[in-house]
Write a protein that binds this ligand. Structure first.
Ligand SMILES: Cc1cc2nc3c(=O)[nH]c(=O)nc-3n(C[C@H](O)[C@H](O)[C@H](O)COP(=O)(O)OP(=O)(O)OC[C@H]3O[C@@H](n4cnc5c(N)ncnc54)[C@H](O)[C@@H]3O)c2cc1C
Length: 195
């Protein structure tokens, strides 16, 4: 979004967009997937969905299991400097062959964190994959609003940033669901509402 703004003298005329972009912070992110032959979280009464914590895993996403019972959990989707420090040995560009396969040490570390989070001894997974993103040169960082910004108060001005021009901007970077395709779609829907 910044690149687009940087190349567009018209967009640069918008004070609100220019200010908003200066409040976006680029973030490293990590994702760790663990596969189990049994969805142990179901035994705790957990449904498919998401939990958020201030522990090392931050977000844990419980995915819908296969009818065979095989199941997958996204045991971390973390953003920010924290993500970078949590599992520093996570590969940032796994080869297709390695496909981000986690080594035993990381798997044990994540399993310990899951055990702390759920208050049980979580079994070791049958497989684990992970990746770390954080390369600004290819634009793989996640943009998040910085502290103190109230983006919900600017939604309309961000999408139609210039008063007298029928010029619209959409994308997850300016949304209330940054880091998700949903955010891009929501801002697109706002544009469609306006035109
Ligand atoms: C590492 C990573 C993992 C992610 N994982 C998920 C996930 O699991 N689930 C999920 O829902 N979302 C995920 N996302 C977020 C998702 O990728 C974004 O929300 C989505 O791509 C945003 O769409 P967009 O159209 O706003 O922007 P983009 O997809 O970034 O599209 C912007 C386009 O504009 C082009 N562009 C830039 N400048 C110019 C210019 N001057 N002229 C012409 N074109 C230009 C860019 O090349 C790009 O193609 C992830 C993002 C990252 C970085």
């Amino acid at each position: 979004m910044r690149r687009l703004w940087f190349n567009s003298p018209i967009l640069q005329q918008s004070a609100v967009l220019s200010r908003a972009l200066s409040h976006l912070i680029e973030n490293d992110s990590i994702k760790i997937y663990l596969a189990y032959d049994h969805p142990w979280w179901r035994d705790l009464g957990l449904e498919p969905g998401r939990s958020v914590s201030d522990g090392p895993l931050r977000q844990t996403i419980y995915l819908q299991e296969d009818p065979s019972g095989a199941s997958l959990i996204m045991a971390s989707y973390s953003f920010g400097r924290h993500a970078f420090h949590t599992f520093p040995s996570l590969e940032s560009s796994p080869t297709e062959q390695a496909a981000g396969q986690l080594d035993g040490a990381i798997i044990r570390e994540v399993t310990d964190a899951l055990s702390d989070l759920h208050g049980i001894t979580v079994p070791l997974p049958i497989d684990g994959r992970g990746v770390r993103w954080g390369d600004t040169t290819v634009g793989s960082d996640i943009p998040l609003w910085g502290p103190g910004v109230e983006p919900w108060k600017m939604t309309r001005e961000l999408i139609a940033p210039l008063d007298r021009r029928r010029l619209f901007v959409c994308g997850d970077a300016l949304s209330l669901n940054q880091g998700w395709v949903l955010g891009a779609l929501q801002t697109t829907a706002h544009v469609l509402d306006l035109i």
